[in-house]
Design a protein around this ligand. Structure first.
Ligand code: ATP
Length: 276
């Protein structure tokens, strides 16, 4: 699949010091600007390594041997695109210095030298977007895990990065909170987003492209419908979306293909014989 590239990996491999195996093994992909990329894979598949490489944490903060080429283009951004990274564990995101949620969100802006007025406006805006307004004056250590994950995202979104990398950002949220966050992320139009999650139903609704990792290798990178149908045919050990299973049970393929749909909208069209 040829796509206009913004982020491109060309046969990238990563090995940690003293490790026997490559944590990333010969990974290639091209991602256009503003695309939404879902990343899935079992434990130890290399998902976090992939995210940390994209974010520059490897090799800047975590040493590892890197082979191949990672390229992030400027495209319409005048400067080198900025990257925001949301850690798997929200506590890792916190400065540990802020007394309130508001201060924590403001932290990056203060360091970057923004004016007080701009900081105030941005903090209020992102707090409203992420439904944190009512807890702005609470301590970051005294809020729930789900709230901490929304706060971790707020600290990154407030600086308006060009690329947003989220490593399992809903692991501590309830089902409603997860669905809400995925829907919110889908509304972000100014960022290219990489989202690691095992929420396959939500991921298929969200993503333009889905990447499946296993033992450091990128098994597939394509539209969610292509990847899921391929995963099922090849018996890859991964959960399949509910919509897909339903369509398969009813033998409802997408028009002109032998593939089953993976999103509710597409399934509805197929069911109403309204698929193009
Ligand atoms: N800092 C590190 N030093 C050495 N080895 C590491 C380091 N981080 C990860 N690894 C190893 O690299 C491999 C890939 O790990 P990674 O955390 O990228 O996988 P993952 O798919 O994110 O896993 P999980 O879903 O369990 O978080 C694993 O074998 C892991 O033990």
């Amino acid at each position: 699949m040829a796509v206009e590239k913004f982020v491109a990996l060309d046969r990238v491999s990563v090995k940690y010091p003293n490790a026997q195996n490559w944590a990333l093994d010969w990974v290639s992909m091209s991602v256009p600007q503003f695309a939404k990329v879902g990343i899935i894979g079992n434990s130890d598949a290399g998902k976090t390594t992939f995210c940390q490489l994209l974010a520059g944490i490897i090799p800047e903060m975590i040493h590892a041997r890197i082979e191949g080429q990672l390229q992030i283009d400027r495209n319409d951004t005048k400067q080198q695109p900025s990257v925001g990274y949301v850690f798997q564990d929200p506590e890792s995101q916190m400065s540990g210095l802020a007394e309130t949620v508001a201060d924590e969100i403001a932290f990056g802006l203060i360091n970057a030298g923004f004016s007080e007025l701009e900081i105030d406006q941005r903090v209020k805006h992102v707090a409203k977007e992420l439904e944190l307004t009512s807890i702005l004056h609470q301590s970051p250590t005294e809020i729930s895990g789900g709230q901490q994950q929304r706060l971790a995202l707020a600290t990154v979104l407030v600086v308006e990065p060009d690329i947003l990398i989220l490593d399992n950002p809903t692991s501590q949220m309830d089902p409603q909170g997860k669905a809400w966050l995925f829907e919110h992320l889908a509304t972000l139009k100014k960022q290219t987003i990489f989202l690691v999650s095992d929420e396959i139903d939500l991921l298929c609704e969200f993503a333009d492209y889905l990447g499946v990792f296993a033992q450091g290798k990128l098994l597939a990178f394509d539209t969610p419908a292509h990847v899921i149908n391929q995963a099922d045919q090849n018996h890859w050990p991964m959960a399949l979306p509910t919509v897909y299973q339903f369509a398969k049970a009813l033998s409802k393929t997408m028009a002109g293909t032998y593939r089953y749909p993976v999103t509710l909208g597409r399934l509805k069209r197929v069911m109403h014989n309204d698929d193009d």
